[in-house]
Write a protein that binds this ligand. Structure first.
Ligand code: F0G
Length: 353
């Protein structure tokens, strides 16, 4: 049967009514890929929930399809969000599909090239502020409170509803809940959504157990770990460069109630994990996504896991979103040689050394 998208597939678990338009770009239904090499190396059973294969290349499509469908149902004409890039790409795409206007506010010079390209080509009004994501979200909240514009950041509860479907898929694909769910934490909507999804599927009798939720912030923006907002968050993983997570309490509750934890990883650990999953598993995810696997590597070293336990790492966005980081992180400019067989053979030999 043809896949009909998230609203259709999980209708009975979502706030879908007779009046909700069945908007879809065929989001969701992303693969759960077994990490053969890393599992062997770390003595764990590791899987990647590869959310980069959503229509706009990130998990945001799950929440955005629900939020935009509800905005349409309510007769809204315009949606707006603040974004480190992926939310704006998803908002712009679903607004285009649904015939709505879209306004996005981004931190100037701090979003990845691919994400900016997406928002522009889908036809959103893109405004870059001289300020960070946290400030952009404050401004969006102020504007949408005063004007007939629908806010589609993850403080919109429909976003969380859509995003919880990823947990449903993990349970269906694995045949059970994993022992651990490892996930990057930025604004903290996604960890909150996964935890809600796991609990709902458990309550519906679809899984016998619940996973421990382990969330990872970037060290330079680890507000939750430090226990206070960070005015000037910094990290190479621009997607999670957030100093005052809007769903802070949701993340804390997910970790506490599941018996997991919120921890942090350094930029170095993020880039190491980022390169490792590409070079060892053939999977290209953006730096923020690699925070999940970096976190698992860190906790493994600290003796946190038992041998053979199952860990699903959420890879939140596609690596092609941020090509500049890929090239920079491996000194990746290709060797340029003459167009002859000899020159190419020479180059191959040099590269082997
Ligand atoms: N990974 C990626 C690739 C993201 O884009 C984000 C968030 C996260 C992880 C963290 O998810 O915020 O739910 O904890 N990006 C938002 C955006 C902030 O604007 O695209 P979270």
């Amino acid at each position: 049967m043809r896949y009909m998208g998230l609203l259709q597939t999980y209708k009975s678990y979502l706030p879908v009514t007779d009046k909700t338009p069945m908007l879809t770009l065929q989001e969701g239904n992303t693969p759960l890929i077994h990490a053969e090499n890393l599992s062997n190396e770390l003595d764990l059973d590791i899987y990647f929930k590869y959310e980069g294969l959503n229509p706009t290349g990130s998990f945001k499509d799950r929440g955005m399809v629900m939020a935009v469908a509800k905005a349409m149902e309510e007769g809204s004409r315009t949606i707006m969000c603040a974004s480190t890039g992926n939310t704006s790409a998803a908002a712009a795409a679903y607004a285009a599909r649904g015939g709505l206007n879209c306004i996005v506010l981004i931190p100037n010079n701090n979003i990845a090239l691919g994400k900016l390209a997406q928002a522009i080509i889908y036809g959103a009004k893109v405004i870059a502020i001289e300020g960070n994501f946290d400030r952009a979200l404050e401004i969006v909240r102020e504007i949408t409170a005063k004007h007939p514009i629908t806010l589609v950041n993850s403080v919109n509860p429909f976003r969380i509803e859509g995003q919880k479907t990823a947990a449903f898929e993990v349970v269906e694909q694995l045949g059970k809940a994993p022992d651990y769910l490892a996930i990057p934490v930025g604004n903290a909507g996604n960890i909150t959504a996964y935890w809600k999804g796991f609990k709902e599927f458990h309550a519906a009798g679809k899984s016998a157990s619940l996973p421990k939720m382990i969330g990872f912030e970037a060290e330079g923006s680890a507000a939750i770990v430090r226990g206070e907002p960070i005015p000037n968050p910094e990290t190479v993983a621009t997607a999670i460069r957030i100093g005052n997570p809007a769903t802070w309490q949701g993340a804390v509750a997910a970790a506490k109630d599941s018996g997991g934890q919120i921890n942090y990883v350094t930029d170095e650990q993020i880039l190491h994990a980022y390169k490792t999953i590409a070079a060892r598993e053939g999977i290209f995810a953006e730096p923020a996504s690699a925070a999940s696997i970096a976190g698992v590597m860190k906790l493994k070293q600290e003796g946190y896991f038992e041998k053979g336990q199952s860990v699903v790492c959420v890879l939140t966005g596609h690596g092609l979103k941020d090509p500049n980081i890929a090239i920079k992180s491996v000194n990746g400019d290709p060797m340029v040689v003459k167009d002859s067989e000899e020159a190419v053979m020479d180059a191959i030999q040099k590269l082997e050394n």
